[in-house]
Design a protein around this ligand. Structure first.
Ligand code: XIL
Length: 385
C-alpha cells in the first residue's frame, strides 16, 4: 500500500469509526479484519454520493470470503440471472422462486438493498410468452408476469429494470433521430407501446418501486440520440419511469468519459435519475453489452485469459478513477453504481479481468483508484493522473 493510499485509508477508517460510534451499523468494524484488509468498504467511502452495488445470484455457491466482500463493500445487490424471465418464469404457471427468495432474504437480513433485473427483455426469455397469442393474450401474459414478480417482492425490492435493451444496435443507418427499437418478439407482438405497458404494470404492482429503463452503449452516438427520443415518448405517454440505467460495459480501449458526462446531464434534463447498472472495464476487450466473448484476449467465463500486466492494471485503474470522478460530479443525479459481478472470477467477461477484485478476491489497483477518486479528486478528470 502506498503511503498516500495508507493515509487515505487511515482518514476514512477514522471517519467510519466515529460514524460507528454514533450508532452506524457495525459492519465497518467487521471490515477491519476481513478480506478488505482493514480498508473501509466502497459503500462507506461513497456513502454521501450514491449506492455502490454488485451483481450475483448469491448467497448459494458463494464462499464466506466472497460474501464478506459483498457485506463490506456494497449496499445494493442486483441478481445477475435468477430474476430474468427465462430462469424465474420458464413456462406459463411455473415459477422458480427459490434462488430469488434466498437472495432477497440474505440482503434483507443485512440491510442491503436489492435492485430487480429484469422484467422485460428480448434475451433469456422463453418463447411461451409469444406462442399462439394475439395482442390481448400476450398483454395478459406480460401483465401477469410483472404483477406476480413485482408484487411478490413489494416493499423488499427498491427498484426494477423494467425494460432492458429495447434499442437496436448499428444506429448508423438512421437518417433522422428515431427510437430505432430492436426488432424483438415484444415489438412484434405488441408494437412500441410494450414499454409503456410494462412500466404501468410494474407501477401498479408496487407504487413505491423505482422504475428504470436499462441499456448498453446509450451514452454515445446514434444510440444515445435514440434513447432520448424513446424516453421523451415514454414520459409524454405517462409511463411511470424514474430513471435510466447506463449499463457501463466498457474497456480500457474505450472509456467514453465526455459522452458519459453529457449523457448523464441529458437524462437529468428530462427529469430522470441515472444509475450505472452493470459496470465493468475489460482489459483491452470490447465495450458494449452484446453476448459472447467478443474479440480481444479472450472473453467469456472460462477463466484464465492472458494475465494482466502491471501496465494493464494501471490503465484499468486510471479508467475507473476517471469514471468515478464523472459519476461523483453528477452525484445529485446518479443514484447507484453497480459492478457487474464481484471479482474477476465472478464475471461474465472473466478472461478480460474487468472488475476491482481479482480472481482470488484481492483488491486490484482499480479499487484504490476508486477510493482516491473520491477522497483526493483529480482537478481535471478528463485526463489520467
Ligand atoms: C449476463 C450474465 O452476466 C451472464 O451470466 C448470462 O449468461 C448472460 O447475461 N446485459 C444485461 C445482463 O442486462 O443481464 C447480462 O448479464 C449482461 C449484458
Amino acid at each position: 500500500m502506498s503511503g498516500r493510499i495508507a493515509t487515505v485509508f487511515g482518514c476514512v477508517a477514522l471517519a467510519c469509526l466515529s460514524w460507528t460510534a454514533r450508532g452506524g451499523p457495525d459492519d465497518v468494524k467487521k471490515g477491519e479484519k476481513s478480506g478488505n484488509g482493514g480498508v473501509p468498504g466502497l459503500k462507506d467511502v461513497y456513502k454521501d454520493s450514491f449506492r455502490i452495488g454488485t451483481a450475483g445470484d448469491l448467497p448459494r455457491g458463494y464462499s464466506d470470503e466472497e460474501l464478506g466482500l459483498v457485506e463490506e463493500n456494497f449496499n445494493v445487490v442486483t441478481p445477475e440471472n435468477c430474476m430474468k424471465p427465462g430462469p424465474i418464469h420458464p413456462e406459463e404457471g411455473t415459477w422458480r422462486f427459490e434462488r430469488p427468495d434466498a437472495l432477497v432474504q440474505w440482503c434483507l437480513d443485512r440491510q442491503i438493498a436489492v435492485h430487480g433485473h429484469t422484467l422485460v427483455w428480448h434475451a433469456q426469455t422463453n418463447d411461451w410468452f409469444f406462442r399462439d397469442g394475439d395482442k390481448a393474450e400476450v398483454t395478459r401474459r406480460l401483465k401477469e408476469h410483472i404483477s406476480t414478480l413485482v408484487g411478490r417482492y413489494k416493499g423488499k425490492i427498491r427498484g426494477w429494470d423494467v425494460v432492458n435493451e429495447a434499442i437496436g444496435d448499428g444506429g448508423n443507418a438512421q437518417t433522422s433521430e428515431t427510437e430505432h427499437l430492436r426488432n424483438s418478439p415484444w415489438v412484434r407482438a405488441l408494437g412500441p407501446e410494450f414499454l409503456t405497458l410494462a412500466f404501468k404494470f410494474a407501477h401498479e404492482a408496487d407504487p413505491d418501486a423505482r422504475l428504470y429503463y436499462n441499456d448498453y452503449n446509450i451514452e454515445a452516438g446514434p444510440k444515445h440520440a435514440s434513447s432520448l427520443v424513446l424516453l421523451k415518448r415514454l414520459i409524454k405517454d405517462g409511463a411511470p419511469i424514474h430513471g435510466v440505467g447506463i449499463q457501463g460495459h466498457w474497456s480500457t480501449n474505450n472509456v467514453p468519459i465526455e459522452a458519459i458526462d453529457r449523457a448523464i446531464a441529458d437524462y437529468a434534463a428530462l427529469g430522470l435519475k441515472v444509475s450505472i447498472t452493470e459496470l465493468d472495464v475489460t482489459i483491452r476487450g470490447t465495450s458494449g453489452g452484446q453476448f459472447g466473448p467478443g474479440p480481444g484476449p479472450g472473453g467469456g467465463r472460462a477463466g484464465g485469459g492472458t494475465p494482466p500486466s502491471e501496465q494493464d492494471l494501471k490503465a484499468q485503474a486510471d479508467a475507473y478513477a476517471r469514471l468515478f470522478a464523472v459519476f461523483n460530479k453528477h452525484k445529485d443525479v446518479v443514484e447507484r453504481v453497480t459492478f457487474w459481478g464481484l471479482s474477476d472470477r465472478r464475471s461474465w467477461r472473466s478472461r478480460q479481468h474487468p472488475l476491482i477484485f481479482d480472481a482470488n478476491n484481492r483488491r486490484k489497483p482499480a479499487y484504490d483508484a476508486i477510493v482516491e477518486a473520491k477522497l483526493h479528486p483529480n482537478p481535471d478528470p478528463s485526463t489520467p493522473r
